[in-house]
Design a protein around this ligand. Structure first.
Ligand SMILES: Cc1cc2nc3c(=O)[nH]c(=O)nc-3n(C[C@H](O)[C@H](O)[C@H](O)COP(=O)(O)O)c2cc1C
Length: 327
């Protein structure tokens, strides 16, 4: 497929390509990359790629929307870093639920230094499943992570010891439930342990490595011994105030802002999604957090060893033609 991109708003064709590349560097469940884009004279549209939903792990498309929200945050931030305001409308057409956002790069804007730092962190952020050292995350950095979530209208609650213990139990419980589900296992195997040539899915090389303690259970992406991980210095939950598609898309943007803030501050992160993927444990986690928030993402944050980047589909494969920007 050829790459046909025209200028969009104030962006040249080359700039459109660079911001789309930034968008596609977002994390996504099992590296499904469930997004599609159109580009036109007015701007860029982001669509959910319904063919890439995970029917077992993500039956209600919650994680698909979170992944696309992360891509949207990258897109907005990359456009901003070029000195252009990314005028964004989410769910612009009621009758088209897969059209998630329209971003119109219309007016020039002074570049915010913090957002420019986050834009630079986009290609450096990778999910890091290696064991994390015990070095604590300074309270000032925790404050930055909390602010990152709040700047995108989400919330990063401070977890006390009891809540952490409860969360850890929920992680173990949901992990076992998923492990015992043959349909989950089949879906899992389809998307993980991929050969290095694959453009999507989680490559074998992205798995973690052995550690002794079994305090937290991570998923096994390659090396089965990697599931048992020592207590990481920081575990956070990104929560949203509602649980509609718009809330989930917003939570994805908040998650990505948290992840990029971690990267910009020299920290590594990975996901512990089992308790939010299993409906029953997600409800209990919501209760554990005081019933005011919908838990969307659980992350461990700390200092890991360097990891390789995961592959992405070619840009031509995520571009829809012809452009349909009319909203
Ligand atoms: C909503 C969401 C949930 C995820 N859940 C997990 C998880 O439970 N365990 C895990 O190891 N990785 C998880 N990931 C990370 C993806 O596997 C990862 O983003 C993908 O393989 C691309 O790699 P990258 O993040 O290094 O770019 C999740 C990512 C997203 C966006």
């Amino acid at each position: 497929m050829t790459l046909r991109v025209t200028p969009a708003g104030r962006l040249s064709a080359d700039q459109v390509i660079s911001v789309l590349r930034a968008a596609t560097l977002a994390p996504s469940t099992h590296n499904t990359q469930p997004w599609l884009f159109t580009t036109g004279a007015e701007g860029i549209e982001l669509y959910a790629d319904a063919d890439r939903v995970l029917p077992i792990a993500d039956a209600d498309r919650r994680e698909l929307l979170i992944s696309c929200g992360a891509a949207l945050f990258n897109l907005r931030t990359a456009i901003h870093a070029l000195g252009v305001h990314p005028d964004t409308t989410v769910f612009p057409r009621r009758d088209e639920p897969d059209l998630l956002a329209v971003v119109r790069p219309r007016t020039a804007t002074p570049v915010d230094r913090r957002l420019a730092e986050l834009a630079q962190a986009i290609p450096r952020r990778h999910t890091n499943r290696t064991p994390f050292g015990g070095e604590p995350v300074p309270p000032s950095t925790v404050g930055l992570l909390r602010h990152a979530a709040e700047a995108e209208q989400a919330w990063l609650p401070q977890l006390d010891e009891n809540q952490l213990t409860g969360l850890r139990e929920l992680v173990h419980e949901s992990h076992l439930l998923q492990e015992r589900d043959p349909a989950f296992g089949a879906e899992w195997r389809r998307w993980t342990g991929r050969a290095p040539t694959s453009r999507d899915g989680v490559p074998f090389a992205a798995g973690g490595s052995t550690v002794a303690d079994d305090t937290w259970v991570l998923r096994d992406f390659g090396d089965p011994a990697a599931r048992a991980l020592a207590a990481p210095p920081l575990v956070v939950v990104v929560g949203s105030f509602g649980d509609t598609p718009a809330d989930r898309l917003r939570a994805g943007q908040a998650m990505q802002r948290v992840l990029l803030t971690a990267t910009a501050n020299g920290l590594d992160a990975s996901f512990i999604s089992q308790p939010v993927e299993v409906r029953a444990t997600r409800v209990r986690l919501r209760h554990l957090l005081g019933d005011g928030l919908w838990p969307q993402i659980v992350l461990r944050i700390g200092h890991g060893s360097p990891v390789a980047r995961t592959p992405r589909r070619a840009l031509a494969d995520v571009l829809l033609e012809p452009p349909s920007l009319t909203a």
